[in-house]
Write a protein that binds this ligand. Structure first.
Ligand code: SF4
Ligand SMILES: [Mg+2]
Length: 441
């Protein structure tokens, strides 16, 4: 094990936790040196690490921010972090990803996307040609003929050239180096200070799995890259594209006055509920079931109630059933599903079929009021049913909304005029939203 003496960004006296001869130790020392060279304020540096042995870096860098992420997703996290910093917080942070070849294979599209966005993130790919932490399995960056745990006779595939992929994704700074290269610190410093996306792939040894199974020494890494047709050195350094935040400023922020601001719902009325009411709303997809539920929730919030809306529909969206479970409550709601329904609305046969499939009828009792379209027949007469000509008097597309409106009009969970106002916002004058016969129901 190596010890780390004088350092600023690393913990003083940090002991490298890697196997003897592992390339990760060198990569992290050179990263520390690059940060020292750049004299960045440690508070303005964030290391985003991936799963794998390289992910142990968090514990070694105690002066900078660190985030340890799920496997392959470090570049995605870093992208979000960099965008938030650039757009919202003053553009100070240097975000550096430490990822292995396994992680970069799993999260390749995050890398592609960050390069396409040209977000100010540096991705350091510590490539030891296999999944080191999990026992030495093959990755997409494993060279042809390289022996791993899962390719005992040598990999049959050529290795992925991640630098070319980033080049095709318009990344501005791309380098492929070897962990023992004397100028690795300089290249890392250049990549970090590059204004836009940069990636440095560093070829190195996994002494636990790589060199045990292959006749491989550090001095052979350059030849190996050459055999695979992978260029070494600084491959690209091109600042022609605008870094993401500058593009965001010119393409989006300058247009923000054209956007309609969403605004907040103002609480302006009172309600009549002393406890939670669960309302199950069912009907056919495409007939505004979920948007009727949303209007109910909006009006309820305006009346000072807490609300939740849990939606369900088939993957196809526009066919089959549509279902919303709404809770209106004067108290905090801790679970979004309705455990006992005060009201059940059924505006179509497709809705009824789904209620049966989901055993919703187990969630009703004598106090539950069921509002159905007159064309729907419920087999059990013990239910408290109000049958209305919903589809006839409201039209199929507003039958559910008519039922929601009816519940509030007749049962006054909160003042009806508040829902009326929400409906008018969407459809215009309330008295013309439904057919005239609806209003006398
Ligand atoms: S298993 Fe391989 S990658 Fe992990 S610390 Fe050991 S040598 Fe390094
Ligand atoms: Mg690896």
């Amino acid at each position: 094990m190596d010890s780390q003496e004088s350092c600023t960004y690393m913990t003083h006296g940090a002991v490298m936790p890697f196997c003897k001869g592992c390339g990760h130790s060198n990569v992290l020392k050179k990263l520390n040196d690059a940060l020292l060279f750049l004299r960045l304020d440690p508070k303005d540096v964030c290391l985003v690490t991936d799963i794998g042995c390289i992910g142990l870096a968090d514990a070694l860098f105690d002066k900078v921010h660190t985030i340890h992420t799920t496997h392959g997703r470090s570049t995605g996290f870093a992208t979000g972090l960099a965008v938030a910093d650039k757009v919202l917080a003053g553009n100070r942070m240097k975000v550096i990803v430490l990822i292995g070849d396994g992680g970069s294979m799993i999260g390749l599209l995050h890398i592609v996307n960050a390069a396409l966005m040209n977000v100010d993130v540096t991705v350091i790919v510590a490539n030891n040609f296999l999944f080191g932490m999990t026992g030495g399995q093959q990755s997409s960056l494993t060279p042809e003929h390289f022996v791993t745990l899962t390719t005992p006779f040598g990999s049959m595939n050529p290795s992925l050239d991640i630098c070319r992929i980033v080049d095709a994704s318009k990344g501005g700074f791309i380098a492929r180096k070897i962990a023992t290269d004397k100028d690795l610190t300089d290249v890392l410093a250049k990549a970090i200070s590059f204004d836009g996306f940069s990636l440095v792939e560093i070829l190195e040894l996994c002494t636990e799995h790589g060199t045990r199974r292959n006749d491989l020494k550090g001095s052979m890494l350059a030849k190996m890259a050459e055999y695979e047709g992978h260029e070494l050195g600084v491959i690209k350094e091109n600042e022609q594209r605008k870094e993401f935040s500058l593009k965001y400023e010119s393409d989006v922020q300058s247009h923000t006055s054209e956007f309609k601001q969403p605004g907040f719902i103002k609480q302006s009325s009172v309600h009549n509920l002393s406890k939670a009411a669960g309302i199950v709303i069912s009907g056919s997809a495409g007939e505004r079931v979920q948007s009727s539920a949303a209007m109910l929730c909006e009006a309820a919030v305006e009346c000072g109630l807490n609300t939740t809306q849990k939606n369900d529909n088939p993957v196809t969206q526009g066919s089959g059933f549509s279902l919303s479970e709404v809770i209106l409550s004067p108290d905090e709601i801790n679970y979004t599903g309705v455990s006992k329904a005060s009201f059940v609305i059924i505006s179509s046969e497709a809705g009824l079929k789904e209620l049966k499939a989901q055993n919703i009828f187990n969630k009703i009792d004598n106090g539950t009021v069921i509002i159905t379209d007159e064309g729907i027949e419920l087999s059990n007469n013990g239910y408290n049913v109000i049958s209305l000509p919903l589809r006839k008097s409201c039209g199929a597309d507003k039958a559910t909304l008519g039922a929601v409106d009816y519940v509030i009009r007749k049962f006054e969970l909160f003042p009806h005029y508040v829902l009326k106002k929400v409906i008018e916002k969407k459809f215009g004058v309330y008295n013309k939203v439904f057919k005239s016969e609806y209003y006398s129901l």
